[in-house]
Write a protein that binds this ligand. Structure first.
Ligand SMILES: [Zn+2]
Ligand SMILES: [Zn+2]
Length: 556
């Protein structure tokens, strides 16, 4: 039994209030001597229009770094980027043991191998469904269905109560790979007693149940069978079950599978190594493409999110060195558009249609299903596990609220709504008791920078309104020693009346300088500031936008 000062706490450091960047921590012990367990370590993809040049968002792990001596380990539930994508960048600050099942471990290793300078992360490989210890936490994996092999929920047993951390899941009675969600184990856990369920809320606003992977497989098989020419399928590379469905459909139609794109190559190799493609013939590389008649081809392509450098985007622009489509070919979009990618995906689809290619999406055919539970599935899980407390995670505010309301209606006694950084006590008097540092950091090129960094904000301003750079040579007695040097970057050439903006900038520099009383013209800082103001005002008056302006004053 737990001593009275022992308590179990939980804090989301990512994923509560957003879909992505999942990282949760559990703490056990008296307040001053807590031991920690981290679950997942994911990224989000940055929106280019808000963060020019920033590719990834990562959780801010200041708190874990501070507590790393008490951090027993990180358990990865499954190998989606929003659950493991931040490991490479953040693990070196923690250097704690990482636990993952074979497929996820292989993906972590492949990712490290593919990134120059990546750390060597020692991963303890654990069997699916197994029970193991991480520090004082007694953890048991529960097989769940989702859109990638080896997705696990965690039963976390502690002297202060037991938790079910669902990770991502859905109920799929007929998945393509792995077993269906382990209902028996979940029901038994419900009988044993579940203090808190920390659960996926992604589809909490969607009624009913999500269709099965097997139904998608059927539709894809039919589309491949009836295709008059070549077929290409694009999907998330990590959805090895979907890839297997496509391969089986290709075989049934007497076609060969051609793998196009590096991410797809990598998953195919890992799926072979981990036994998920057993019984399938070898796939072909892009070099086989030209030699095969159209009716013999099914190309598996990366680029379902419109990524400009991925295979499908290059094919759509007729820029791919090996793969070309033509009139009568069929492209199956077997993926969801991640919000924010609509424009990029639209560009690719339109490019294909311009080439005469038929594009099939999930708007008209069941060629994709979500890997997350809809409302009836959420209700089923709650009825099996019967938690005393529900904490909705993995969702935006709307999803979390809906999940909470649904749990209340299902008879869950307490729903705790929290956001990243809230520290929740689960045992005893359960509630939010504290706050820990949380937030996001940006991956900017090779560097991690805090989200409040000025450089990213500067780049946004630069992309919006350009820049003017001015150099002035200032004599000791406060005169300009030469005509000013200046450059306009990203600023239109002429105003509405046909006047040149660079001339306006020149005049503004002189006027700004001369607006200063003689006595202050000797002071480089005053000169720089006066010129800066005058230049920005002059451009704004002619363009309607204020550029950044840098003035260098060189005393001569
Ligand atoms: Zn997932
Ligand atoms: Zn997820």
């Amino acid at each position: 039994m737990a001593s009275p000062s022992q308590e179990l706490v939980f804090a989301p450091l990512g994923g509560a209030g957003e879909i992505g960047m999942n990282l949760s921590i559990y703490g056990l012990g008296p307040e001053q001597r807590r031991q920690w367990l981290a679950v997942d370590c994911g990224v989000s993809f940055a929106a280019e229009e808000h963060l020019p040049g920033v590719d990834l968002l990562l959780p801010d792990i200041r708190y874990l770094v501070e507590e790393r001596r008490n951090l027993a380990g990180i358990v990865i539930t499954h190998a989606h980027e929003d659950h493991f994508g931040a490991l490479i960048d953040l693990w070196p600050q923690l250097k704690v043991p990482v636990f993952a099942t074979p497929f996820s471990a292989a993906l972590i290793e492949a990712k490290c191998a593919g990134e120059p300078g990546a750390p060597k992360i020692p991963v303890t490989v654990i069997a699916r469904g197994s029970r193991f210890k991480v520090g004082p936490f007694d953890i048991e994996l529960v097989t769940m269905t989702h859109s990638i092999p080896e997705t696990n929920a965690l039963i976390i047993r502690t002297p202060c109560g037991n938790v079910l951390h669902t990770g991502d899941w859905k109920l799929d009675p007929t998945p393509i790979l792995n077993d269906p969600t382990d209902e028996k184990k979940l029901r038994a856990f419900g009988e044993e007693g579940c203090l808190a369920l920390i659960g996926d809320s992604t589809n909490a606003v969607r009624e009913g149940r999500s269709p099965s992977e097997a139904e998608v497989a059927k539709v894809i098989a039919e589309l491949i069978k009836t295709a008059p020419g070549r077929v290409a399928v694009t999907t998330f590379a990590s959805n090895a079950g979907r890839l297997r469905s496509v391969a089986e459909a290709a075989i049934a139609a007497g076609r060969e599978v051609i793998v196009v794109g590096r991410a797809m190559d990598r998953i195919v190799q890992i799926a072979r190594e981990t036994g998920y493609f057993e019984g399938l013939p070898e796939f072909r590389g892009v070099d086989a493409y030209g030699a095969l008649p159209p009716k013999k081809v099914v190309a598996l392509c990366t680029g379902s999110q419109g990524e400009p450098r991925a295979a499908l985007a290059r094919i759509a622009e007729d820029q791919h060195p090996d793969i070309k489509f033509s009139r009568g070919d069929r492209v199956i979009y077997s993926a969801r558009m991640i919000p924010g990618n609509e424009k990029a995906v639209g560009r690719v689809i339109n490019g294909l249609i311009e080439q005469g290619v038929e594009v099939i999406t999930d708007r008209t055919h069941l060629v994709h299903v979500s890997g997350h539970p809809r409302r009836e599935e959420l209700e089923a899980l709650l009825s099996w596990v019967k938690p005393a407390i529900l904490i909705p995670v993995h969702g935006e505010a709307l999803h979390l609220t809906e999940h909470g309301a649904l749990a209340k209606r299902c008879g869950v006694r307490q729903v705790i709504q929290c956001r990243n950084g809230d520290l929740v006590r689960l045992s005893g008097d359960a509630r939010i008791i504290d706050e820990v540092p949380a937030g996001r950091v940006y991956k900017d090129g090779m560097l991690l920078v805090p989200a409040d960094v000025r450089t990213v904000a500067d780049r946004r301003r630069l992309s919006f309104a350009g820049a003017v750079s001015v150099a002035l040579a200032l004599t000791e007695d406060g005169r300009l020693a030469a005509d000013p040097e200046y450059d306009l970057i990203g600023i239109p050439e002429r105003d509405r009346d046909g006047g040149f903006l660079h001339e306006a900038v020149h005049d503004a520099i002189i006027e700004g300088f001369e607006s200063l009383p003689r006595g202050r013209r000797r002071d480089p800082d005053s000169v720089a500031e006066a010129v800066r103001r005058a230049v920005r005002a002059a451009v704004a008056g002619r363009w309607g936008k204020k550029p950044m302006c840098h003035v260098h004053v060189l005393p001569v």
